[in-house]
Design a protein around this ligand. Structure first.
Ligand code: FMN
Length: 549
């Protein structure tokens, strides 16, 4: 079904309404779930040549504190071995878990329901020792690249020395299988987490990531080969999401030459047939196709950044924390102890890390106007009375924001909070019960140190640029990833909360304008481990494998 441009704003708002959870009922989803029928979380291209990747990222000495002084990070050369370490820290399996006979893998990048709709592709425009120029799909179960396209040597662009491209796509069915209509939101939040995950991994190697804002979705499809019907005959199709340039130098990447890459892929040699991830899909959610199409990026719109003053991040107060270990040990908490408070110093650092800045990873990758403000439900943070607080990230006038919220909120600057962090007290209250109730009755929202609601301003030009709807979720997902890593650095643990009662939350905050909406929640606290669940190493099954060189 094709959606005419003037109506796309309405389509977006309609999808947003349809995918809300309400206190009285949830957004449409499958009535029953058969876990044995979960779609395969691993995509493969049968017949494509495999390139095994190296492991060993724990040998990288970059510390978390060095994110505040990126110039001090040793810049690793662009080699196949370092590409292996980059994937190991961003999209690889980080552990296996086992409970009874059930066994499941976790990855460095989190995903709603651990369903992992995001697929990752690498495009190399130059020969990297051991890796011919071409298009590759990353398989996290094998920690290997599958060569989808080999470029003819005549086409290889020489201007792109020292950089490569990474692109993401989504297979929405992996999420829709469990979450129905709301699945599109989760796919987009996962993309945001993935973008931040790749930025953190790149930072570990001294590399930079630039999100390409000019490329269209159609062009991404062409470059990745996901528009090639003949390679997806019985397989679920993928939706293009984004493309980044990764520069293995501590300088800005050169702009992507899309035309040169298009020539390379059209004359290249393609191989591999996509596997089917679900042989018997039970439900249909046509609205997901509608919103996917309505938010397709069709034109290379120019985006203006509203980030005016780069503010350098202070070093994290923890002792020298090895960044690679933080990235690999990131997990979601299943439960919190309901007692431990977060230290004020750690909390202030987390606020600082969430403030928009061009100076430090991962938010330096965010090129567009910041659209998300945060409302915290503080339960246990040293030096802060329990209640609701706001971090104003957008540069809109505070008075303007204030008018949107409950008129009883005080908007007092929190004393002792650095001037550069616009953090306001709204109301004192024990907000644990409300936080839990609004997060679909999940205990994690009330038993933690805090939970937070991410409130997006839907841009006025959504009709002309409906793809900005996806960007709002990406921004929220990135903020979630920042909190996951900050929580780990503070000896605590985070958890994304995609399940919440949208309008009940808006009501509590006094928000009446449909253009300010909560897209995501997050919570941080001291985790309670479930001793019955065994944790196993990520790649024991590959222990006798030697990487190709
Ligand atoms: C977008 C998103 C939404 C999530 N929503 C919830 C949620 O509502 N409740 C919950 O307990 N966990 C939630 N999670 C946590 C995931 O279940 C978790 O990331 C996944 O099981 C993988 O585990 P890991 O984070 O330890 O790798 C969410 C994660 C993401 C990325």
């Amino acid at each position: 079904m094709s959606v005419s441009k003037p109506g796309r704003d309405a389509v977006v708002l309609d999808y947003h309404r349809q995918s809300k959870h309400h206190l009285s009922h949830y957004a449409d989803g499958p009535g029953t779930l058969d876990w044995d029928a979960q779609p395969n979380p691993f995509r493969h291209f049968e017949g494509a040549q495999r390139v095994n990747l190296a492991l060993g990222a724990d040998g990288l000495s970059t510390t978390y504190q060095q994110l505040s002084t990126p110039d001090t990070i040793v810049v690793r050369p662009l080699t196949l071995e370092n590409i292996g370490l980059f994937f190991e820290l961003s999209f690889a399996i980080s552990a296996w878990k086992q409970f009874g006979t059930a066994r499941w893998s976790l990855r460095c990048n989190p995903s709603s329901g651990n369903l992992h709709p995001t697929e990752v592709y690498l495009l190399a425009q130059q020969n990297i020792a051991g890796l011919a120029a071409g298009v590759y799909h990353y398989c996290s179960d094998e920690h290997a690249l599958e060569q989808r396209c080999r470029f003819a040597s005549d086409d290889i662009a020489t201007q792109a020395i020292g950089q490569f491209h990474l692109a993401l796509s989504s297979i929405a069915w992996r999420e829709a299988w469990k979450y129905g209509v709301r699945a599109f939101r989760y796919c987009q939040l996962d993309v945001g987490h993935a973008l931040a995950a790749m930025r953190y991994a790149a930072a570990c190697l001294g590399w930079r990531v630039t999100l390409d804002v000019a490329i269209t979705d159609r062009e991404i499809s062409q470059l990745l080969g996901i528009e090639r019907k003949q390679d997806f005959i019985h397989a679920e199709r993928e939706t293009p999401e984004l493309l980044c340039t990764i520069s293995a130098q501590n300088i800005e990447a050169m702009p992507i030459n899309v035309e040169a890459l298009k020539t390379s892929v059209s004359s290249g040699e393609w191989s591999g047939l996509a596997n089917r991830i679900d042989p018997k899909p039970m439900y249909q959610w046509p609205v997901i196709d509608v919103i996917t199409q309505a938010t397709e990026k069709t034109a290379s719109d120019c985006i203006v950044s509203d980030i005016k003053k780069p503010t350098p991040l202070s070093p994290h107060p923890g002792t020298e924390l090895q960044l690679s270990l933080l990235l690999q040990r990131r997990r979601s908490a299943q439960a919190y102890d309901g007692q431990t408070a977060m230290s004020r110093t750690d909390f202030l650092h987390l606020l600082e890390a969430l403030a928009p800045s061009r100076d430090h990873a991962p938010l330096d990758t965010w090129p567009t106007a910041v659209q998300i403000n945060l409302v915290f439900f503080i339960h246990r943070v040293e030096g802060l009375s329990p209640g609701l607080y706001a971090l104003v990230r957008t540069e809109i006038d505070k008075a303007d924001i204030q008018t949107k919220f409950n008129e009883k909120f005080t908007w007092d600057r929190v004393s002792g909070c650095p001037e550069a962090i616009p953090f306001y007290h709204l109301v004192s209250a024990n907000a644990q019960t409300a936080a839990k109730r609004l997060a679909c009755q999940q205990d994690i929202a009330g038993q933690s140190a805090f939970s937070v609601a991410m409130l997006a301003n839907f841009p006025e030009n959504l009709n002309m640029q409906p793809w900005l709807y996806r960007r709002l979720y990406w921004e929220a997902g990135m903020l979630g990833q920042v909190m996951y890593i900050e929580a780990e650095a503070s000896g605590l643990r985070g958890t994304g909360i995609g399940c919440f009662f949208d309008d009940a939350l808006h009501e509590l905050l006094g928000l009446q304008n449909e253009r300010t909406q909560c897209l995501y929640q997050f919570t941080v606290g001291s985790p309670v481990q479930d001793g019955r669940i065994l944790q196993l190493p990520p790649y024991e099954h590959l222990s006798d494998r030697t990487p190709q060189s």
